[in-house]
Design a protein around this ligand. Structure first.
Ligand SMILES: Cc1ncc(COP(=O)(O)O)c(C=O)c1O
Length: 448
């Protein structure tokens, strides 16, 4: 007898990893911005549009396709490792950024890997190093997309606070000491640090702390090497302050640090091309996993990256871009000074680079999506990223809720001041309004 037709659909049997993977919290913010023309969004971490290198990329692609033999080669697959001439040029670019030769940093083009955005490198690194239950030490707050990736691997993300000098490395030392006492050091695999103009705070790690972090990784590497994953996505977006050496540059044997950088922020995310220098013995395991992913990033995009570095248009573009971002940052900072109420506990970071301003509000004001502040902000036509997304819960399961991330990347320049004025209006109201009587503090989540 043939089975009876049925409308019931059997449920899927998803992998444990798929079940650990949750939707990126920011997706709803993107969705909220679409379809509301009046909404000013400081939420999306997208880059400035008017300054995207349209003319440069047009000229490059015309050149690439003018010669049929070259055109055919860029339309063919390349290697998993990435286009060799690009890896060589990127090493020169790194030498220029660091002021050290590749040799002095223990690097050869074989240690350089091209990926589909630096996000793919971050993923692959987690994939080859982490088993469920392994520990990653990160900053609080941190890049929430990667925290989600780490969680999908089943890793435990333990965080340490930040101050104006970046990640609190003394707190890293205390944490590693405690983990050693508890016999958990063998589970510690990575220290994830955004050393330049961090997402979300805009803060950078000071030079003495860079050295100390590396010393700690070495000192606590007992049964295996604890690696520092230095995410330098925003490195080249510098508007003031000194050019800082990477943590990697203090590791001349190229053993303890992985440095990831990208064309997305200083050039164009549309070519989705990132590059990473890896300790030599990590290259093959990563290549094998990348082989499973895509056996090589888009060759056309790699050729665009190569050409822009080679003809110097990249370097000119970074200068133009930094002038544009500095202007936007200055407008945002001036608007914050002009419109934000003076209140104890209300402050913001003055970032020297990157595309984010981190705002901290009085402790009782809850910025989360469910709370009055977010709802009121949407009503007044402005959105931001609630800071809680960037925190991993502490051991009691709590996350700070009184901060928020403002991105001046994609928002049009002329919308920055009105957007901050609207946000300040909402905050002023919350600071001034008395508690409703439900027991929750003013600006907090109403219990009624
Ligand atoms: C800190 C940080 N790292 C890495 C990335 C990944 O960027 P991409 O994959 O485009 O290089 C981002 C993107 O926003 C980021 O903010």
């Amino acid at each position: 007898m043939s089975p009876q037709p049925t409308n019931d659909v059997l449920s899927l049997s998803l992998s444990a990893k798929a079940k650990r993977t949750v939707e990126q919290p920011i997706s709803f913010l993107m969705a909220a911005a679409i379809g509301r023309k009046d909404l000013i969004s400081f939420a999306a971490g997208l880059v400035d549009e008017p300054s995207l290198p349209v003319d440069e990329v047009r000229a490059i692609t015309q050149r690439l396709f003018a010669d049929p033999a070259r055109a055919r080669s860029v339309l063919q697959y390349d290697t998993t490792h990435g286009l060799k001439p690009l890896r060589e040029l990127l090493l020169q670019h790194l030498e220029h950024l660091e002021g050290h030769s590749a040799e002095a940093m223990g690097l050869t083009p074989a240690d350089m890997l091209i990926t589909t955005g630096s996000q793919q490198a971050l993923y692959l690194i987690g994939d080859v190093l982490l088993d469920p239950g392994d520990i990653v030490i990160a900053e609080a707050p941190s890049y929430f997309v990667y925290t989600g990736t780490l969680t999908s691997f089943g890793a435990q993300v333990l965080t340490v606070p930040m101050d104006n000098d970046g990640m609190d490395v003394d707190a890293v030392e205390r944490l590693l000491t405690r983990l050693e006492k508890e016999g958990k050091l063998p589970r510690v695999k990575l220290i994830y640090c955004m050393s330049y103009y961090q997402n979300p705070t805009g803060l950078s790690l000071s030079t003495p702390r860079r050295k100390k972090l590396l010393d700690l990784a070495k000192r606590f590497s007992k049964s295996h090497r604890i690696l520092i994953l230095e995410d330098a996505a925003y490195r080249e977006l510098r508007y003031e302050g000194d050019s800082l050496p990477s943590i990697k540059s203090f590791d001349p044997a190229n053993q303890y640090t992985i440095l990831t950088q990208t064309f997305s922020k200083p050039f164009a995310p549309g070519i989705k091309t990132g590059y990473t220098v890896l300790p030599a013995d990590l290259v093959d395991p990563i290549l094998q996993q990348k082989g499973n992913h895509d056996f090589g990033s888009a060759n056309l995009c790699q050729n665009i990256a190569y050409e822009t570095l080679k003809d110097g248009s990249y370097h000119k573009h970074v200068q133009v871009l930094n002038a544009a971002y500095k202007h936007k940052r200055d407008i945002m900072l001036a608007a914050l000074t002009k419109y934000m109420p003076k209140a104890p506990g209300l402050s913001w970071v003055h970032p020297q680079g990157g595309i984010y301003v981190w705002l901290t509000l009085p402790a009782h004001i809850d910025t989360s999506r469910e709370a009055a502040m977010f709802q009121d902000s949407v009503k007044h036509g402005v959105i931001y990223v609630p800071g809680a997304y960037a925190y991993s819960p502490d051991e009691q399961g709590n996350t700070p809720k009184n901060s928020l991330r403002l991105c001046f990347g994609i928002v049009p320049t002329e919308q920055i001041e009105p957007g901050i004025e609207r946000l300040a209006g909402v905050i002023k109201q919350l600071i001034q309004s008395p508690a409703c009587g439900c027991g929750a503090p003013a600006g907090g989540k109403c219990a009624r």
